[in-house]
Design a binder for this molecule. Structure first.
Ligand SMILES: Cc1cc2nc3c(=O)[nH]c(=O)nc-3n(C[C@H](O)[C@H](O)[C@H](O)COP(=O)(O)OP(=O)(O)OC[C@H]3O[C@@H](n4cnc5c(N)ncnc54)[C@H](O)[C@@H]3O)c2cc1C
Length: 464
């Protein structure tokens, strides 16, 4: 039986990798070589209006800040360090429950993991009894590897015990109850986390980076970078009003309003325009522990729902991870459609309790109304409704990353190539390669317009 406990407890505040203000800018690296700022980019006292401008490639001990610890940011950091080009990298991630971003899992019984806080439940949690039985992947459900570069990465993750195959039955169910196995006659391998759910993949990647590359690699988390200031010696990053380091190159590995706000004052106008053109869906995730649900066809573990106005996906985490059901109950993740998410959008940081309850009731009613689902439709033992206000890209650039070279600023993330884990990883790798390529000291991805994602994309990402 796979173990859902991560190899080591996640590092919280105070653990290794949570250091503050210890970026490579403090006492390490070499001073950058600023060229005279161009006209209109004055060289005031430290802060440079419009941001810093340098010439030449990234210096050997160049300090790179990666803001965002999802798949894209982690893969970017990994490729930067693997190249052994002398680069130093600090990764910042805001996630309170661990890195990974939309590789997200809420789970019980893992010491230090508070991700089940906020659940509505009808009985007290039994933290240790619940270990290995309470688990909800509440964003990414599984991923596939079609591109050779990503296939190599996933093979490496498998060899290091981060991922495993999900052999369970997945398909699509239409309104008439017709079932079609997912992926056609030769479905690609479905990959999931081996330890600690999908979040465990990100945690494993981060642990490997820290183990292999410290002190050239450092993670600051949880740390929300909320301001960037251009200085003559680089980009200075701030969190809670405090400087967290100065860097030669800035990678934005997240998207949405937060990224827009961070980039706007840098004066990187072309990058800002691309970020602002991105459109994102909103999706409700209902995590719910259900009892006595029978499924037709027999025992499917995940289903894309066609024609349903409310739900786009239902997945049984307990079955996916081969866990024993707790008193006959299974942990389900239900996703709304993007249209339902749009109709029921609220501030995701402060979801009103009455809205959460209504959404829970509506999504559960839709679940029990699905052809093939039979169950007692009781009030669930435990549940939580969460809104992903910036869930999945609706448009894409179609280039793996952007680079505003004279600003020493790049962007990576799933939306550059599509809307899934493979897209995020490929974008992160490409970002690193671009930064290190001494023969490509030029802008990239800044003139092309974003185009809508093809209709093949499901409400939870583009799959083969
Ligand atoms: C509901 C849902 C279901 C999905 N299902 C699938 C699926 O089954 N298969 C699949 O392949 N893909 C799926 N996806 C998509 C997949 O999860 C994403 O494509 C992928 O995880 C994106 O990775 P990323 O690194 O680009 O971005 P993210 O995962 O969003 O990472 C960005 C990170 O940056 C951090 N951050 C943001 N702002 C700051 C800041 N200012 N300072 C510091 N840190 C910051 C965030 O906390 C986050 O950790 C799903 C997504 C959703 C929402």
């Amino acid at each position: 039986m796979p173990d859902l406990q991560p190899p080591r407890p996640p590092r919280g505040r105070g653990g290794r990798g949570t250091g503050r203000g210890r970026g490579p800018s403090q006492g390490q690296g070499r001073p950058p070589t600023p060229t005279p700022a161009r006209e209109g980019q004055g060289q005031g006292q430290g802060a440079v209006a419009g941001g810093p401008a340098w010439s030449g490639p990234l210096p050997e001990a160049g300090r790179v800040a990666v803001v965002g610890g999802g798949v894209a940011g982690l893969c970017c950091a990994q490729a930067l360090l693997e190249a052994q080009a002398g680069v130093k990298c600090t990764l910042f991630d805001t996630g309170e429950n661990g890195a990974g971003g939309r590789m997200a899992t809420r789970r019980g019984g893992v010491p230090g993991d508070r991700s089940l806080n906020g659940f509505n439940h009808s009985e007290p949690w039994r933290p240790h009894d619940g270990l290995n039985t309470l688990v909800f992947d509440h964003a990414c459900q599984f991923f596939t590897a079609r591109a050779p570069r990503f296939q190599r990465a996933v093979e490496d993750w498998r060899a290091h015990g981060l991922v495993r195959e999900w052999p369970g039955t997945v398909g699509s169910l239409d309104g008439g109850g017709r079932w079609a196995p997912w992926g056609g006659d030769h479905p690609p391998t479905k990959w999931v986390g081996k330890h600690g759910g999908m979040r465990g993949v990100a945690e494993g990647l981060l642990e490997r980076l820290e183990a292999q590359y410290a002190p050239d690699f450092e993670a600051q988390r949880p740390c929300w970078v909320n301001r960037v200031k251009g200085r003559k010696d680089g980009w200075e990053l701030f969190a809670k009003g405090r400087s967290v380091g100065t860097f030669d190159f800035l990678v934005i590995a997240h998207n949405g309003k937060c990224a827009n706000r961070l980039v706007k004052p840098t004066g990187a106008a072309k990058t800002f325009r691309q970020l602002r053109s991105l459109k994102l869906s909103a999706i409700w995730a209902l995590m719910v522990e259900l009892e006595g649900v029978d499924l037709l066809p027999e025992g499917f573990e995940g289903a894309f729902l066609e024609d349903d106005a409310t739900l786009s996906w239902v997945g049984n985490n307990t079955a996916k991870y081969g866990l024993g059901a707790r008193d006959g109950r299974c942990c389900w993740t239900l996703f709304s459609t993007a249209a339902y998410g749009r109709r029921n959008k609220v501030p995701q940081e402060a979801v009103p309790e009455d809205v959460a309850r209504r959404v829970k009731d509506e999504m559960l009613a839709a679940f029990y109304a699905l052809p093939g689902v039979r169950g007692p439709a009781r009030e669930p033992a435990a549940w939580r409704a969460q809104l992903w206000g910036a869930a999945l890209p609706l448009n894409t650039l179609g280039e793996p990353c952007t680079m505003e070279w004279e600003k020493r600023l790049g962007v990576c993330g799933d939306w550059l190539l599509g809307s899934g884990v493979q897209d995020a990883a490929l974008s992160g790798f490409a970002m690193a390669e671009r930064i290190l390529d001494r023969n490509a000291l030029e802008n990239a991805g800044l003139d092309r317009k974003l185009r809508p994602l093809e209709s093949g994309a499901t409400a939870i990402g583009s799959f083969p």
